[in-house]
Design a protein around this ligand. Structure first.
Ligand SMILES: Nc1ncnc2c1ncn2[C@@H]1O[C@H](COP(=O)(O)OP(=O)(O)OP(=O)(O)O)[C@@H](O)[C@H]1O
Length: 303
């Protein structure tokens, strides 16, 4: 179990993580979802004892990471798959990890087999690994000490669809055996596939949390018009939030509210329906859009 209570991290005046509380339970895969720069890595680094919090606490199995004896046998951590020494072979990375944890060398071969790195690949230097291979090696390293808790920052980065499928199965089996998994992603779809529970973070604050099923049930509407821009304007004029994606508009408002707003503005619709998860998707896209605006505003000031 991971328990985070009022956790905060400030860099000067900037609050990267702002009073965040949540739990990740055994037997569940908890997805930590947020746009780039939302504070995911900072929160995970604090849980893994690598960044000192400005306020609040984070415990794993009831103890702060720094107080856990031989922590890698309790908590497997993968924060940056590219952080491994490029001059070492994949096998050497695991051998060094196994020695540090006092594990038998048989564990190295077990983990290589588990993550699907062949003996030939294991002999190659990490600098020659693809990102997907680095992620597999990082997961092998995190699992080496047979920990009860896994903390993985963007582990699906660089994996192809077959790799993502493989990882989902691995994490599912791990959670089914009672393990606690916390993994982050900035992609809603990816986390929807893998997670049981979701914590959504934006601008350092939790904006939604609950089981995936609960969150995906949030009411929402999918709507299309021939003139999508006119529709967005009509919804905005009616005080309704909406996000224009590639093929449709999603809104956390009900189909009735959306239909009435479109009718009032005289915008003919091609499609109007309730969409499971549209509320979550709209909220997430809204967060992402806000960040894009912030970025443009910042760059505008700088140039
Ligand atoms: N050492 C630091 N000094 C100053 N600002 C920092 C530092 N580390 C992180 N930040 C800032 O804190 C915010 C959160 O960063 P963080 O890496 O936690 O986000 P993230 O959600 O993991 O994003 P991504 O998906 O891009 O990895 C960002 O605005 C980042 O620039």
């Amino acid at each position: 179990m991971i328990e985070v209570q009022s956790l905060s991290k400030s860099y000067g005046d900037f609050r990267a993580v702002d009073d965040v509380s949540f739990v990740c339970r055994p037997g569940r895969v908890t997805g930590f979802l947020g746009p780039n720069g939302a504070g995911k890595s900072t929160a995970m680094r604090m849980i893994a004892g690598l960044t000192r919090p400005t306020g609040g606490t984070a415990t794993v199995g009831g103890s702060a990471y720094a107080d856990i004896p031989n922590p890698a046998t309790q908590v497997g951590v993968l924060l940056d798959a590219s952080a491994q020494h490029g001059g070492r072979t994949g096998r050497e990375v695991l051998v060094i990890g196994a020695r540090a944890m006092g594990l038998p060398m048989t564990r190295v071969d077990e983990m290589l087999a588990l993550v699907g790195l062949t003996p030939k690949e294991a002999k190659r230097r990490v600098r020659n690994y693809s990102l997907g291979m680095r992620q597999r090696l990082g997961i092998a390293h995190a699992l080496l000490g047979d920990p009860k808790v896994l903390i993985l920052d963007e582990p699906a980065n660089g994996l192809d669809p077959a790799g993502i499928h493989w990882m989902r199965q691995l994490l599912r089996d791990y959670a089914n055996r009672g393990g606690t998994v916390m993994l982050s992603s900035h992609l809603l779809h990816e986390i929807q596939i893998i997670a049981d529970d979701l914590i959504v973070i934006g601008h350092g604050r939790i904006v939604a949390s609950g089981t995936k099923d609960e969150l995906l049930k949030t009411a929402g509407t999918r709507v299309r018009a021939r003139d999508q821009v006119a529709l967005v304007e009509a919804l905005t004029a009616a005080g309704l939030e909406s996000i224009l994606a590639s093929d449709a508009i999603t809104s956390p408002a009900s189909p009735e509210e959306v239909g009435l707003a479109a009718a009032k503005a005289g915008v003919p619709l091609l499609e109007l329906r309730e969409a499971d998860g549209a509320g979550l998707e709209a909220m997430f896209l809204q967060l992402t859009a806000e960040d894009q605006r912030d970025l443009i505003a910042t760059e505008g000031v700088q140039s």
